[in-house]
Design a protein around this ligand. Structure first.
Ligand SMILES: *[C@@H]1O[C@H](CO)[C@@H](O)[C@H](O)[C@H]1NC(C)=O
Length: 332
């Protein structure tokens, strides 16, 4: 399946790992394109990796040339037309992150962690899943953000409380916060696996959510930094129920034409040299310069300027007569 994803090279909110240093930074949108490079490497369009490995980074750390992808959210109106849901940056008690689209990335250490090896990649979630019950909501979830301001924090720790696997469907939600938490335990051998998942595992011992990943099982004994994506979808302009499909179908869906059960993220490690390992070891925090690990923060004007052209040129904005699924979707 190929669908629109956001690519970015390159919340835990204070209350869940109080006092815990972690990286938390913005990665703006590099491109919105019909690719999902780990799930469908190289499909139809020429080599995705070489094209996506831009020489700049759209993230606020200069040293982060990792690739991050996730699906794009669309609103569907009662006429069956679609519009891509705008994204906003992220606020909250840990400070405001400025994004041009894209996502916020966290690397959360818990105890001694081993940074990813060169060539490492993995997927969290399943782009084809239609069963909410098949998803552990402490890892992949959505939050109904009743405030129109992302700075006004809503709820508790990521993927806790009333967060849901499904994309919330209520006119009270002015934004929808999406969280994708990756497995933090590695088999210590394989940089990838056939399903892009079995070389990693979620921890055990009741440490769900953005806690750093819990205890690693003996099959996957190596503790990795816990990677988390956070996205703020601004649904304010679509929150009037009078605009929604009258047949009861979901007004908010991902670009695979599926709901929250199919939320997923792709990760390809790409930090320069051993900067991520040093950042974890030295307790580098949030999106600040961290001299001990050689991390340099760059301003939004710089990382927002890093974009690449679509490989599959097509309309992705404004009202569309269908999802950009590879057909000839015309603008309304
Ligand atoms: C969210 O969308 C609404 C409606 O378009 C807009 O007024 C508001 O400024 C947006 N919020 C942010 C934080 O950009």
């Amino acid at each position: 399946m190929k669908h629109l994803s956001i690519a970015a090279t390159a919340a835990i909110l204070a209350q869940n790992v109080a006092g815990q240093a972690m990286l938390r930074f913005a990665c703006s949108q590099l491109v919105v394109d019909r690719v999902d490079p780990i799930v469908n490497p190289g499909m139809l369009y020429t080599p995705i990796f070489t094209r996506l490995w831009s020489t700049c980074t759209s993230c606020s750390f200069v040293e982060d040339l990792s690739n991050y992808w996730t699906a794009v959210m669309f609103f569907k109106n009662k006429e069956g037309q679609y519009q891509r849901v705008p994204q906003v940056g992220n606020g909250g008690p840990q400070g405001k992150l400025i994004n041009n689209g894209g996502l916020d990335v966290y690397y959360i250490p818990s105890g001694k962690t081993t940074a990813f090896a060169k060539g490492f990649r993995m997927i969290a979630g399943d782009a084809g899943n239609t069963q909410d019950s098949a998803v552990d909501k402490s890892n992949i979830c959505h939050r109904c953000w009743t405030s129109t301001n992302e700075d006004q924090f809503i709820g508790g720790a990521p993927c806790s409380g009333s967060d849901t696997v499904a994309i919330p469907k209520s006119p009270t939600c002015k934004m929808i916060r999406q969280t994708i938490i990756f497995p933090a335990c590695w088999d210590g051998k394989n940089l990838d696996s056939v399903d892009h998942k079995t070389h990693v595992a979620y921890g055990t011992g009741g440490f769900g959510g953005a806690s750093g990943g819990g205890n690693c099982p003996t099959s996957h004994p190596v503790k990795l930094p816990q990677v988390m994506f956070e996205l703020m979808w601004n649904v304010t302009e679509f929150s009037d129920q009078g605009l929604w499909p009258s047949d009861g179908s979901d007004p908010f869906i991902y670009s695979m034409d599926l709901g929250g059960s199919a939320a997923h993220g792709d990760y390809v490690f790409g930090w320069k040299d051993d900067t991520l390992q040093r950042a974890m070891d030295q307790g580098c925090n949030l999106n600040h310069d961290c001299a001990g690990a050689g991390l340099h923060y760059q301003a939004p004007e710089l990382y927002n300027a890093c974009t690449i052209p679509q490989q599959a040129p097509e309309e992705v904005d404004g009202w569309l007569q269908g999802l950009p699924m590879g057909g000839s979707i015309v603008k309304v």
